[in-house]
Design a protein around this ligand. Structure first.
Ligand code: TMP
Ligand code: MG
Length: 317
């Protein structure tokens, strides 16, 4: 009865809506114990603002290795794009040995919580440069890459199809920003049937000669800690990303946080960090750096739930 009086109806409706928002867990996935947040209220406000703005204002920027791909499966590490090349079809035993030695030296440095980014930077350049030189010496054949991907242990995270298909369906651009090998990355998503037209990739691409043999890597080298430069020089110029000031950023390395630095006039940026390895040592830094930290979560459940909420009808809220 009282609802029929407009000057009472409107404030009551507003209060009810706020109450509803405060009490109801809108995204139950955020309540999982593997989800850590420094400031839950800021996360929720950002998600609500993104939902109000709608899918047309959103872009998703994601790292690839160990972010869109799993870290491990059945207790075994899953191959990164570089490690997919570790196949006798493409490289010899000696090269495998050398690449593994380099991985054992430099990967612990990459994830070492006690070293600064400044300290890691030249060492990452050293690692990538040495690996790329080794790969070039192997005269890798372009036509064998697809078979190497098929034979590898690589796996996208559980729920990847919902993620890629959902973004495509809502025409939200997905920028995959990877320090891995672009040609291999493309083949992984192609073989998983999710290389949709809304996907854009910035990565290290191989340069093949006219016979299809690897002779160099194209352009400026991308490693884990120089993504900011790539963001400013490449991502900023991508027409498909213009006019989308809301960003959902996914990564597994602190270096991934700079992937959105090319976005002009960002409004709402929500960063999600997968903490796969060295959990106790890095937990605090990750919580202080990403808005949401997912601890040893091999799924896309949380990004999918957030995206589902953002694209849900505003009338139902
Ligand atoms: P990302 O930017 O897509 O995550 O790719 C970078 C990852 O690749 C980084 O975390 C380390 C990994 N990597 C290897 O696994 N093997 C290698 O030889 C190199 C150079 C990098
Ligand atoms: Mg990564």
């Amino acid at each position: 009865m009282i609802y029929h009086i407009p000057w009472i109806y409107t404030p009551v409706r507003t209060v009810l809506a706020i109450w509803h928002q405060l009490t109801k867990t809108e995204i139950p996935e955020l309540a999982k114990c593997s989800v850590l947040m420094r400031e839950r209220s800021r996360v929720e406000e950002t998600i609500y603002a993104m939902q109000r703005a709608g899918a047309g204002s959103l872009q998703v920027i994601s790292d690839f290795d160990m972010t869109l791909t799993r870290f491990a499966h059945n207790g075994k590490r899953v191959a990164t794009t570089h490690n997919i090349l570790d196949n006798r079809l493409l490289i010899n035993e000696d090269c495998t040995k050398k690449m593994r030695e380099l991985l054992n030296i430099y990967y612990p440095i990459e994830i070492d919580a006690s070293r600064s980014v400044e300290e890691k930077l030249p060492l990452m350049v050293e690692w990538w440069t040495k690996v790329h030189e080794l790969l070039i010496q192997q005269k890798i054949r372009k036509d064998l890459l697809a078979q190497a991907v098929r034979e590898s242990s690589t796996m996208l995270r559980d729920g990847y199809k919902v993620f890629f298909d959902g973004l495509a369906e809502h025409q939200v651009p997905l920028l995959i920003f990877s320090a891995g090998v672009g040609d291999v990355l493309e083949e992984v998503i192609r073989q998983n049937h999710v290389f949709h037209p809304n996907v854009h990739i910035i990565s290290n691409y191989m340069d093949f000669d006219h016979t299809g043999v690897l002779r160099a890597f194209k352009g400026q080298l991308i490693h884990t800690f120089n993504k900011r430069e790539g963001a400013l020089s490449h991502a900023a110029g991508l027409r498909e990303l213009q006019g989308r000031p809301n960003v959902l950023l996914l990564g597994d390395s602190l270096g991934d946080l700079t992937m959105a630095d090319g976005v002009s006039e960002p409004q709402n940026v929500l960063t999600i960090g997968f903490l796969n390895d060295q959990v106790e040592e890095r937990k605090e830094t990750y919580i202080n750096s990403f808005d949401i930290v997912l601890v040893k979560d091999e799924t896309m459940d949380v990004p999918n739930a957030i995206f589902r909420y953002i694209t849900s009808s505003r009338d139902n809220k």
